[in-house]
Write a new protein. Structure first.
Length: 173
């Protein structure tokens, strides 16, 4: 007599309906990322770059590109090819992007050419996190991940110092 086990179907593909909105679970990093990018960040600085209503193909939304790039970076995916592949195969990336599947060249182009538009968003994110009570005044970390940075001592400091720097930048604009 032999044991009779149900078959292991872990390598089997399955077609199932997916509600992308239900894949982003409250309390997770991806939920916070989705919420901050869509509800709080001012992304109008991208509009001038993507002034393509008179011709050319439609562009991927800057919010989609920010979400997949930042989520990819938070998971150690820094290659535009790996992020593009994740948008095709990973349910969280699909959910963050609304199932957009940008080509790796579109991702690389966004990261390389949008530095001036992306950089000010980090100040906005810090201010939003403080307003939401996510900064404890001692240490700031996103999901405990260690990300290499080129941050200078000039842009480090207390929250009060960051507020003064933000006010100075706003006066300069």
């Amino acid at each position: 007599m032999m044991a009779n086990y149900k078959p292991d179907l872990s390598c089997q593909s399955k077609f199932i309906p997916v509600d992308f909105a239900q894949q982003i679970i409250p309390g997770t990093f991806e939920y916070a990322l989705f919420h901050i990018v869509d509800k709080h960040l001012d992304l109008t600085s991208f509009d001038e770059w993507y002034n393509n209503d008179n011709g050319g193909a439609a562009a991927y939304s800057p919010s989609v590109m920010l979400k997949i790039v930042l989520f990819g970076y938070s998971r150690g995916l820094v290659s535009s090819r790996r992020i593009a592949r994740a948008c095709e195969t990973n349910i969280t990336f699909m959910s963050l992007s609304g199932d957009a599947q940008p080509h790796y060249t579109s991702i690389a182009h966004f990261v390389a050419n949008m530095k001036n538009q992306i950089e000010p968003l980090f100040t906005q994110v810090l201010m939003i996190c403080d307003r939401e009570g996510l900064i404890g005044r001692n240490m700031f970390a996103i999901d405990g991940c260690k990300i290499r940075s080129n941050a200078s001592k000039e842009w480090s400091g207390t929250f009060e110092e960051l507020e003064r720097k933000q006010a100075k930048l706003r006066r300069r604009d």
